[in-house]
Design a protein around this ligand. Structure first.
Ligand code: NAP
Length: 307
C-alpha cells in the first residue's frame, strides 16, 4: 500500500463503549497490539446512565461517566491505544482488514465492531424543533434544568423506567407515558419507579409536542378510546429504544431488527470480523453482557494469534 500513514495492529476495535473497552483491555493484556478507534462522542450509552446499580462488584453505585473513565484507564494501562478517528470505510484485502479514516489507514488481521446503538426518535411534530428546549434524550444531562418542574417520560423499557426514577429525585411531578397497558422493563425497575411516585399513563401515545419557544404541553391520544387530550409539561424525556450502528458493515447478515448476527465467539459470517455489545443480535443488552462480548471476542482473537 502506498499511503505512508498506515498503522498496523493485531486487533482493531471500532467503538469505545463498554464492549470495545473491555475487548481492548483483554486483547492488550493478552499481548496483542490493539487500538480502539472512537468517533467524537466517547463512551457510548453508558455516559448517560445516572446510577449504575446492577454491575456486579461495583457498589455503592457510580455514574456512567466515572465507570467509563476507569475502563479507559484500565485498557490503556495494559497497553491498548485509543485514537479519535472517524472510520470512513472497511475493506478486507487478502487476510487483512483495511480501515480508512480521514487522515490515516489502519490494518489488522482481526477487527471488532463495537459501535453500539443510538436513541430512536419519537418522530412527532415539535420533537425536532423543541430538542434542547425541553425535549431531551438524556436525563443525567438535562434533568437538573427541570428541578420541581413538570416532566413527562416516554417509553416503557428499562431506560424509560430507570430514568423516570432518577428524574423523580429532581421533580416531584414526573409522569411516564407508555403506548401499552404494561411496561416491558424488568420488574424490579418498574417497582422502584412506582415506589418513587412516578405516575404511569398507559395505552397512550404522544401525537405532538407543543410550545412556541420551549415545551409547554404534549397532545396525547388514548389508543383504546381514541380520545385526545392536552397535557401540560415543561420537559419531555424520550426513551423509545435504540438503533444499532451498522452502516460500516452493510454487507454482514443482520437479524429482523437490524442487529449483527454472530456465533458464540462473537465472530460474524466474515472470518476475523467480530461484533460485540449492543450492535450485536442477542436477547439481553446490559453493560455486563457488552463487557462479556468484548472479552470473548478478544480471547478468541488471542487464541487465533497464538496458533
Ligand atoms: P427498549 O427495551 O427497546 O424499550 C423501548 C420502549 O419504547 C418500549 O417500551 C417501546 O414500546 C417504546 N417505544 C418504541 N417506539 C415507540 C414509539 N414510537 N412511541 C412510543 N413508544 C415507543 O429500549 P431501552 O429501554 O432503551 O433498552 C434497550 C436495552 O438496554 C434493553 O435490552 C434494556 O434491557 C437495556 N437496558 C438495561 C438497563 C438496566 O439494566 N439498568 C437500563 C437501560 C437499558 P413497546 O413496549 O410497546 O414495544
Amino acid at each position: 500500500m502506498e499511503n505512508i500513514d498506515i498503522e498496523e495492529f493485531d486487533y482493531i476495535i471500532i467503538g469505545a463503549g463498554a464492549a470495545g473497552l473491555a475487548s481492548a483491555q483483554y486483547a492488550a493484556r493478552g499481548g496483542l497490539k490493539t487500538v480502539i478507534l472512537e468517533g467524537m462522542a466517547e463512551g457510548g450509552q453508558i455516559m448517560q446512565i445516572t446510577e449504575l446499580e446492577n454491575y456486579p462488584g461495583v457498589f455503592p453505585v457510580v455514574n456512567g461517566i466515572d465507570f467509563i473513565k476507569k475502563m479507559r484507564e484500565q485498557a490503556v494501562s495494559f497497553g491498548a491505544e485509543i485514537q479519535t478517528a472517524q472510520v470512513l470505510s472497511i475493506d478486507k484485502i487478502e487476510n487483512k482488514f483495511v480501515i480508512k479514516t480521514k487522515n490515516k489507514t489502519f490494518t489488522a488481521p482481526f477487527l471488532c465492531i463495537a459501535t453500539g446503538a443510538v436513541h430512536r426518535n419519537l418522530e412527532v411534530p415539535g420533537e425536532k424543533e423543541l430538542t434542547g428546549r425541553g425535549v431531551s434524550y438524556c436525563a443525567v444531562c438535562d434533568g437538573p434544568f427541570f428541578r420541581n418542574k413538570k416532566i413527562v417520560v416516554i417509553g416503557g423499557g428499562d431506560s424509560a423506567c430507570s430514568e423516570a426514577t432518577y428524574l423523580s429525585s429532581i421533580s416531584g411531578d414526573v409522569s411516564i407515558i407508555h403506548r401499552r397497558d404494561s411496561f416491558r422493563a424488568q420488574k424490579s425497575v418498574i417497582d422502584k419507579m412506582l415506589a418513587a411516585g412516578v405516575k404511569p399513563i398507559y395505552d397512550t401515545v404522544v401525537e405532538s409536542i407543543n410550545g412556541s419557544n420551549k415545551v409547554e404541553s404534549v397532545t396525547l391520544k388514548n389508543v383504546k378510546t381514541g380520545e385526545t387530550s392536552e397535557f401540560q409539561t415543561d420537559a419531555v424525556f424520550i426513551f423509545t429504544g435504540m438503533i444499532p450502528q451498522t452502516e460500516l458493515v452493510g454487507m454482514l447478515p443482520k437479524d429482523d431488527t437490524g442487529y449483527l448476527i454472530t456465533d458464540e465467539n462473537m465472530e460474524t459470517s466474515m472470518p476475523g470480523l467480530f461484533a460485540a455489545g449492543d450492535v450485536r443480535s442477542k436477547p439481553f443488552r446490559q453493560i455486563v453482557t457488552a463487557v462479556a462480548d468484548g472479552a470473548i471476542a478478544a480471547l478468541t482473537v488471542a487464541s487465533r494469534v497464538e496458533n
